[in-house]
Design a protein around this ligand. Structure first.
Ligand code: GLU
Length: 390
C-alpha cells in the first residue's frame, strides 16, 4: 500500500512540476548500459540498435547540443572473446575482460559516430580522477576541450587498473559524476527498464511507473529495490544514487528504456520514463560547493585591473596576481583578495603555490618558459570561481 500512496504524492508534485522537454538542454550526457550494447546470449554487439542511437546523438549535435557518452560494455564484450564463464567475474578476470573489450568498444563508437561525421574521443577515468580535486580539474579540462572542438567524449571507467576498493564498479554513478563534472544540464540513463516503478516491476503486476521525481526522498529510495540484470552492474539502487549525485550537482536526470529503436528521440516524443529534477544548475551548484564546503588553503592578492576583470565574469590570469599566500596545491580552494586585502571571491587554483609564485605578475605566454611545462592560461578559471556578491 505504501507504494500507492507514494505514487499519488508524486503525481501531485509532478503536476506542479511538469517534466522538462529534451530540446531545452544544451549539454547532454548519455549513459548506455551493457545489456543494450551487447547481446547477453552471444556476447555480440547490437549494431543496428547502436546505429539508431548514433543517429539520435547526431541529431542532438546538429541542433547545437554538446553530447557526452558514458558507455558500458567493455567487460561484457571482452568476456565472450576470452571465453570467461557466465556470472560474476573475479576482479582480475573482469579487468582482463575490460582490457580486451574496451579496444573493441572504442573502435565501434569511433566508427558509428564517424559515419555521422562526428569525432569520438575516448576517456577512461578512475574514481580518483573524479573525486580528487587536482585530478578532477584535469579530467574536466580535457572533456571541456573535446566539447569545444565539437568532438563526442566517449567515457568509461578504467576497469583494467581500478581495484575493488576504489572503483565505481557501475557506470550509473560514474555517468552522474561525469555529467556534473562537465556541467551537463541533463543525464540520460538508457537502461533495460523504462524508469523507476513503485515496486520492482518483474515481481509486481501492479507496479506503476513514476514519471517525475522532484526530490529523492527516503520513500523514493525504498522503491528502488536491489535488482540488476545479468550484464549490468547497476540496478535501480545505483540509478537512484546517480540521481542524487546528478541533482545535487545541478544536473537533471532521466531514466529511460533503451531497448527501443531510437531511444533518445523517443524521450523527446514523450516515451514513458522517469525524470529526476534538480532545482539548481551545474555552475551554481559547483559555485555553492566552492563557496561553502571547502576550507581555503591560501590567498591570491590581485591588482585592480584583475579585480575588475573577474567582477565582469572573466577568469583570473597570472598577470593580475601581485602576491601569493599559503602553501596550497593545484585544485585547492584559495581566497582572492583585492589591493586593500578584502576578500572578493574564492576559487579552485590551477597551480601549486610554488608555481603560482613564479608565474604571478607574468603573461600567460611565459608560463612554459617559467615552469618548464605547459600550463593553463588561467590561474583560476571563471567556472571554478565564486565572487563575494554571487
Ligand atoms: N565499466 C563496465 C564496463 O564497461 C560497466 C559497468 C556497468 O555495467 O555499469 O564493462
Amino acid at each position: 500500500m505504501a507504494s500507492v500512496t507514494a505514487l499519488s504524492i508524486d503525481a501531485e508534485k509532478a503536476g506542479a512540476t511538469p517534466a522538462p522537454r529534451l530540446d531545452q538542454f544544451r549539454r547532454i550526457t548519455i549513459k548506455v548500459g551493457s545489456s543494450l550494447l551487447v547481446d547477453a546470449a552471444q556476447g555480440a554487439l547490437r549494431r543496428t540498435w547502436l546505429e539508431m542511437l548514433a543517429d539520435d546523438i547526431a541529431a542532438l549535435h546538429s541542433r547545437g547540443a554538446d553530447v557526452l557518452v558514458v558507455s558500458s560494455g567493455a567487460v561484457a564484450m571482452g568476456r565472450s572473446v576470452l571465453g570467461l564463464p557466465a556470472g560474476t567475474l573475479k576482479l582480475e578476470d573482469s579487468q582482463a575482460a575490460a582490457a580486451v573489450g574496451q579496444i573493441a568498444l572504442a573502435r565501434i563508437w569511433a566508427e558509428v559516430l564517424g559515419d555521422r561525421k562526428l569525432t569520438a574521443g575516448q576517456i577512461l577515468v578512475t574514481y580518483a580522477d573524479t573525486e580528487e580535486r587536482r585530478r578532477y580539474l584535469n579530467a574536466r579540462a580535457t572533456i571541456g576541450r573535446l566539447l569545444d572542438l565539437k568532438a563526442v567524449p566517449v567515457i568509461n571507467e578504467n576497469d583494467t587498473v581500478a581495484t575493488s576498493e576504489i572503483r565505481y564498479g557501475d557506470n550509473d554513478r560514474l555517468a552522474a559524476r561525469v555529467a556534473t563534472m562537465a556541467s551537463a544540464d541533463l543525464l540520460i540513463l538508457l537502461s533495460d527498464v523504462a524508469g523507476l516503478y513503485t515496486a520492482p516491476p518483474a515481481a509486481n503486476a501492479d507496479a506503476k511507473l513514476i514519471e517525475c521525481v522532484p526530490k529523492i526522498t527516503a520513500e523514493i529510495e525504498a522503491m528502488a529495490g536491489g535488482a540488476a540484470s545479468i550484464l549490468s552492474r547497476g540496478g535501480m539502487r545505483t540509478k537512484i544514487e546517480a540521481g542524487k549525485i546528478a541533482t545535487t550537482g545541478g544536473t537533471h536526470m532521466v531514466i529511460a528504456d533503451g531497448r527501443v529503436d531510437h531511444p533518445v528521440a523517443r524521450i523527446a516524443d514523450s516515451a514513458p520514463c522517469t525524470w529526476f529534477l534538480t532545482g539548481s544548475n551545474p555552475v551554481t551548484a559547483r559555485k555553492k560547493w566552492i563557496a561553502g564546503s571547502i576550507e581555503p588553503r591560501g590567498a591570491l592578492h590581485v591588482d585592480s585591473g584583475a579585480a575588475r576583470a573577474i567582477a565582469s565574469g572573466k577568469s583570473l590570469l597570472p598577470a593580475g596576481v601581485k602576491k601569493i599566500e599559503g602553501n596550497f596545491a593545484r585544485g585547492d580552494c584559495v581566497v582572492i583578495r583585492d589591493e586593500l586585502g578584502a576578500e572578493i571571491g574564492r576559487g579552485l587554483v590551477a597551480y601549486d603555490a610554488g608555481d603560482a609564485v613564479q608565474i604571478a605578475g607574468r603573461n600567460s605566454r611565459d608560463i612554459e618558459a617559467l615552469l618548464g611545462m605547459q600550463g593553463r592560461a588561467e590561474i583560476i578559471h571563471r567556472d571554478d570561481m565564486v565572487l563575494a556578491g554571487d
